[in-house]
Design a protein around this ligand. Structure first.
Ligand SMILES: C[S@@+](CC[C@H](N)C(=O)[O-])C[C@H]1O[C@@H](n2cnc3c(N)ncnc32)[C@H](O)[C@@H]1O
Length: 228
């Protein structure tokens, strides 16, 4: 890995640069909070996979006082950034990738915001199954992910459009091209249907695509109570 994490941004520069790379990134957090608000959980036990620098948690703490967090990320540097940002001794940090977590039915909410597209198919399926296992019945998994259009021409069109977004936000043409060249090489996006199928296959019900823009989508799935 050339960097200190799987993203093209060093952990220390991540917060400053991510909004120039991914359109509407702050909206990902707002949508996530809105969905959890709607769930009406109390004393939320929340697992965030690929927590990065802890920006989501910072926002959650501004609104929810009754949250217990477990934050997971395979990058030590990202975890260090999150610890420095959050300064909260009640948070449990685990330096690991999502495919290796082992929790059983203990979380109300699991989130993975732009963190699972670095895994290849088998590993991602394993990680998603582990997410399912880690949720309580009635718990929700909320994920934002890169998406690949099924049609090759649409894919090229959308990659160019995404590149233009990055250039309008300060990247050079070369930097934008280099970022787009990572698609299918450094990260492995699924189609919209691929994301839905992955959640179905791993046991989720009540699956909903709640956000889609450029080449990112937001999806949630619920671990349903077993009907008696
Ligand atoms: C684009 S950043 C997103 C960080 C954070 N979720 C956010 O929204 O700001 C991707 C994060 O996923 C982490 N990551 C990479 N591979 C992962 C894996 N296999 N399991 C869990 N996290 C992973 C990276 O270390 C990085 O912190």
């Amino acid at each position: 890995m050339a960097n200190d994490n799987t993203t093209p941004l060093a952990a220390k520069d991540y917060d400053q640069k991510i909004n120039n790379t991914i359109p509407y990134y702050q909206e990902f957090y707002r949508q996530t909070l809105d969905i959890v608000r709607q769930c009406n959980f109390s004393n939320i036990n929340w697992l965030d996979l690929g927590c990065g620098t802890g920006t989501l948690e910072k926002l959650i703490f501004q609104e929810f006082s009754d949250v217990q967090f477990t934050l997971v990320d395979p990058s030590e540097k990202m975890i260090k950034q999150a610890q420095e940002k959050l300064k909260n001794d009640s948070i449990q940090y685990i330096c690991a990738d999502s495919a290796s977590i082992q929790f059983a039915g203990c979380f109300d909410v699991v989130t993975a915001i732009q963190s699972h597209h670095y895994m290849q198919e088998d590993e991602r399926r394993k990680a998603t199954k582990r997410v399912y296992n880690s949720l309580k019945n009635g718990g929700i998994y909320i994920s934002f992910e890169n998406v690949i259009p099924e049609d090759e021409d649409v894919k090229m069109f959308e990659l160019l459009r995404w590149g233009k977004y990055q250039q309008r936000h300060g990247k050079t043409e070369e930097e934008a091209k280099a970022h787009n060249a990572r698609c299918g090489v450094n990260y492995f996006p699924l189609t919209v249907n691929g994301h839905i199928e992955l959640l179905k296959e791993t046991g989720f019900h009540k699956i909903h695509v709640f956000w889609y823009s450029y080449m990112q989508m937001g999806i949630y799935g619920i671990r349903c109570k077993v009907q008696s």
